[in-house]
Every structure is written in C-alpha cells, then in structure tokens.
Design a protein around this ligand. Structure first.
Ligand SMILES: NC(=O)c1ccc[n+]([C@@H]2O[C@H](COP(=O)([O-])OP(=O)(O)OC[C@H]3O[C@@H](n4cnc5c(N)ncnc54)[C@H](OP(=O)(O)O)[C@@H]3O)[C@@H](O)[C@H]2O)c1
Length: 289
C-alpha cells in the first residue's frame, strides 16, 4: 500500500478528535486512521463512523506509552512507507473540582500533553512525506500571556518560551521545572500560572514553532505544522459546557490538516477556531469561544 496518502488523528474516539475524523473522512484524499488509547472505545467509534458512511481505519495509540507509539510508527512504516497528515489531538485536563494535589496534576498533565505529544512526534515525524501537514491542538489556554505568575519571573519564562532559538530539550527542561515547582508549592513565585493545563498548552504552542523551524531546514519539502484553539466545545473535557459542537470544533484543525501545497503564510502559526491567526506572543486574544 506504499504510496497511498494517509492521515492520522490521535485521541480520536470522542470529542473534537472524533469531529476531526468526520471532516477528514469526508475531505481527505486517502486513508484516515482513528487512533485511541483504548482499543474498545476506538473500535466502537470506528463502527459509528463507518455506519455513517465513512471509511475509517483503526490502530491503537497511547501517546503516554512509548511502546505503543513505536508499535504504531512501525505499523505505518511497514504498511505505507510513510504518511501525510498528523493531528495531535489527544490530551487530558483535570476538572476545576479535582482533589488531587497540584503537583500530581502537574506531573500527569505535562507527561501526557507535552511529553506524550513530543514523543509521538519524535517517532512519527521521520515518516512524514514531503508536503505533509501536522496540526497540534492547543487551546486559548496556550497563549503565551497565560504564563502569568509573579513578576518578573513570569516575563522571564515568557521570554524563554518565545525565544527564536528555543529547542525541544529546552521546552522539556522548562516544563520539568514547572512540575518541580508545582510539587514544592512555589510555582507562582517562580512565575508559573495556577493551571497545569495552561502550562501544558503553552508548551505545545511553543513546540509548534520549534517544529516548524526544523521542517524549514528539512530536505523533505513543504512540511508544515500549525496549532490552534479549536473553540470552547461541548465535550467530556469541558463537562459539556462549551457552546460549540464537535463539528464546529473540528473546523480549524481540519482546515490546517488539509492546507494546500506550498503554503507560505501558515507555518508554525497559532489560529483561533474561526481560522483567524492570533499573535501568540503579544495578543490580544479574541473571545474564548
Ligand atoms: N473542548 C474544548 O473546549 C477544548 C478547548 C481548547 C482545546 N481543547 C483541546 O482539544 C483536544 C480535544 O479535546 P476534547 O475536548 O475533545 O477532549 P475529550 O473529549 O476529553 O477527548 C480527549 C481525547 O484524548 C484521548 N486521550 C487522552 N489521553 C490519551 C493518551 N494518553 N493517548 C491517546 N489518547 C488520549 C481521550 O481518550 P479516552 O476516551 O480514552 O479518555 C479522548 O479520546 C485536546 O487537545 C484539548 O486540550 C479542547
């Protein structure tokens, strides 16, 4: 099956990821893989899609498990030789009412949302074909100005995340420093915000810029990565408080996944659910919906 165009969505068994699956199944010129950490939930979602007339394929993928990531990468490599679209959608968020200690929330949120996403990218990016499109699902919470702990420490952190020479390893070091501070109880003095989810999404948005710089220097032509806030969406993550449907939440991620060849302006960009480009470093941010 080498040569067939292939798209992959992580955490796609429900919510916005499932909405993205519907869009890609309808519009992507190739095979679309629904992946999920739980095989039963993933296969049930594929059944739903296929009953609705779509043609989705399935593979297990837990971004929090390096063996699972490697197994999936090997499967794609062996079966197709490479692939064309990756939507990094999988993530977790603790509820406001969660009772776990802040340090524990920080460790788990950073491990899945940042390290898991980074590990998936590190294993899968070598398989991207020229012209590939990558979409990192960030959030309104991923805007740099959301790093708003005590000053001047917060502005020093913002400067580091926004550095044009930032590296993946420096992002990992920054988020590890956050986890340590969260456990020690002095995260605010050190400039970090009161939300582990915010830190994880700022890191994902910063990562997008670092990744695009690497793609710009890659011999494979025209590989593009962008990130977006999908809107405030009616999903389990928001306890169904978001006003947007999963189909509306899928609009911007799918648009970025299907960008035409030779994109010049949308490279490492941060977009809002309505497709407008937002200045990630300086804001202002549009309404949160
Ligand atoms: N909903 C919003 O308003 C909103 C706003 C801004 C950004 N976002 C972002 O949009 C994306 C989707 O959110 P959502 O609202 O659709 O959330 P959701 O309904 O909670 O769905 C999250 C998906 O990620 C999966 N997942 C979690 N950990 C995973 C792992 N280790 N490996 C693979 N999959 C994993 C979940 O699988 P299980 O079913 O197994 O748990 C689920 O399929 C996330 O990146 C989120 O941060 C959402």
């Amino acid at each position: 099956m080498a040569g067939k165009r292939v798209a992959v969505v992580t955490g796609a068994n429900k919510g916005i990821g499932f909405g993205i699956m519907k869009e890609l199944c309808a519009k992507f010129d190739g095979i679309v893989y629904l992946t999920s950490r739980d095989e039963g939930r993933g296969l049930a979602a594929v059944k739903n899609l296929n009953e609705a007339g779509h043609q989705a394929q399935y593979h297990q993928l837990d971004i929090d498990n390096i063996e699972s990531i490697k197994k999936f990468a090997e499967y794609i490599k062996t079966k197709y030789g490479g692939f064309d679209v990756l939507v990094n959608n999988a993530a977790i968020a603790y509820k406001n009412a969660a009772t776990e200690p802040f340090g524990e929330q920080a460790e788990n949120t950073i491990r899945v949302n940042v390290i898991g996403t980074l590990n998936a990218c590190r294993e899968l990016f070598p398989l991207l074909r020229p012209g590939a499109r990558v979409v990192n699902i960030s959030s309104s919470c991923g805007h740099l100005l959301r790093i708003n702990g005590s000053e001047p420490a917060a502005s020093a952190l913002r400067k580091k995340f926004a550095s044009p020479t930032l590296t993946e390893d420096e992002i990992v070091s920054l988020v590890n420093q956050f986890v340590e501070a969260a456990k020690a109880g002095d995260w605010q003095e050190k400039g970090w915000p009161n939300s582990t989810y915010v830190v994880s999404k700022v890191a994902v948005s910063a990562l997008t810029r670092v990744q695009q710089r690497a793609f710009d220097a890659d011999p494979r032509k025209d590989i593009v990565v962008n990130n977006c806030h999908p809107g405030y969406v009616d999903t389990d993550m928001t306890s169904h408080k978001g006003p947007l449907t999963i189909e509306q939440g899928a609009v911007c991620p799918s648009y970025l996944a299907l960008l035409p060849p030779d994109v010049k302006d949308l490279r490492g960009a941060y977009l809002w659910y309505d497709k407008q480009v937002v200045d990630w470093e300086n804001g202002p941010t549009p309404s949160v919906v």
